[in-house]
Design a protein around this ligand. Structure first.
Ligand code: GDP
Ligand code: MN
Length: 380
């Protein structure tokens, strides 16, 4: 889960990392009021969960409250990469002497947290990595030892940080490590970390990603979720403990198990079909879960046909069949064609239930894929 800049900055600030004074606003007249209260030049920043807002017109300087209100009015109707702007952060404008990068991320390749610093801040770190790889320093952090002072000094040297900022830099790096650790984050990033004329080091931007699998340990963070920014079907699926992945085709896939999902989509693609999504109901799913999964699948208007592919192990195929029957009985949308393939525990009982309902079945995955593709109207 990603959180918005203003939320990330509240967390940075709680750990004594300096941030510009400011406030978040939902409408342009409040933006004017914040600008008046700040009483100086301000920056109006679109709160959307993507990078590169600067380039897209989502970060703008305003000289006075009138201008701030004007900019906010324009922004609130805008979209950046398809994400509508509903909130803006209004902050005192900072005089930038230099822009740095500082972040802690999970390095999957090395299975370790890594602290990254660069004197090449402000732009996307991916771009910086391409343009000036020698300007980026990465140091792995041993989670049992934690971030050490010598590592921080090494970073400070590598980015040519003037000596007078070292103490503050160390404090910020240590705070980032604490934030990363205590919140189960997979990324905490300050880009740019700015050297300013009047304040020394200050965090001008903040990004934070929290490991979804750890959210149950952080109810206060889970509340920060910005549902405007997420796929509504994914949110609905999460409520029922179903993994849902959205794609661009027109065939809905209901499966149990990630590996089976991959195999199902491979076969669909092989036969010329395009998956619209897949829902993984996991192992041991009962009728109720299947019924919720179906409701989600069928509310996706992209879906023109559904392929159900179930491997019965702990999951019992007759339970699945009952779930499908129940879901179809309650759905209001005009019936969408579906093809069901069951194999494993109680498959025969399952097929009997389905056949009683006149539901189309298939006895192999290839057959199921071909039938579904024909029903969805995809050309080979
Ligand atoms: P991002 O483009 O989404 O990463 O948004 P940022 O918050 O990082 O802002 C992008 C760029 O806008 C920064 O790198 C700065 O160059 C500029 N910027 C942001 N806030 C200020 C500010 O207060 N004063 C000045 N002069 N520039 C700013
Ligand atoms: Mn940034």
């Amino acid at each position: 889960m990603k959180i918005q800049e203003y939320q990330a900055k509240q967390i940075l600030s709680k750990y004594d990392i300096p941030i510009p004074r400011g406030q978040v606003a939902l409408n342009a007249s409040f933006v004017r009021q914040i600008a008046e209260d700040l009483g100086e030049k301000v920056v109006v920043k679109a709160q959307v969960l993507i990078g590169g807002r600067g380039k897209a017109g989502g970060i703008r300087l305003a000289n006075d409250p009138d201008e701030a209100e004007e900019i906010a009015t324009e922004m609130m109707g805008m979209e950046i990469n398809g994400f509508p702007i509903h909130k803006v952060l209004v902050e005192e404008a900072v005089d930038i002497k230099q822009e740095l990068y500082l972040g802690i991320a999970t390095d999957r390749l090395n299975a370790s947290p890594v602290i990254i610093a660069s004197s090449y801040g402000g732009i996307d770190i991916e771009d910086a990595a391409e343009e000036a790889p020698e300007k980026i320093s990465r140091i792995l952090i041993d989670p049992l030892v934690g971030l050490c002072d010598f590592q921080i000094r090494g970073l400070a040297v590598s980015i040519d940080l003037p000596r007078k900022h070292w103490k503050k830099f160390a404090q910020i790096a240590n705070a980032l490590w604490q934030i990363y650790k205590t919140n189960d984050a997979s990324l905490v990033e300050i880009n740019p970390l700015v050297i300013s004329e009047e304040n020394g080091l200050i965090a001008l931007d903040g990004k934070m990603t929290i490991d979804d699998n750890a959210l149950f340990r952080h109810p206060e963070l889970a509340d920060l979720r910005d549902l405007d920014m997420e796929n509504p079907y994914e949110i609905e699926a999460q409520k029922y403990g179903i993994a849902y992945i959205h794609m661009t085709g027109n065939i809905g896939c209901l499966v149990n198990g990630a590996g089976l999902a991959m195999a199902t989509m491979d076969i669909l693609k092989l036969k010329g079909g395009e998956p619209a999504n897949f829902l993984d109901i996991g192992g041991g799913a009962g009728a109720e879960k299947v019924s919720s999964a179906f409701r989600i699948l069928l509310s996706d208007t992209q879906v023109k046909a559904v392929l159900v592919n179930i491997f019965g192990g702990i999951t019992r195929c007759d339970e699945i069949a009952r779930g499908i029957t129940a879901a179809l009985a309650e759905q209001k949308r005009p019936q969408i064609p579906l093809v069901i393939r069951l194999v494993g525990t109680n498959a025969n009982e399952g097929y009997k239930i389905l056949e009683k309902q006149n539901l189309p079945v298939a006895h192999s995955l290839l057959e199921a894929a071909e039938k579904t593709i024909a029903l969805a109207g995809v050309k080979k």
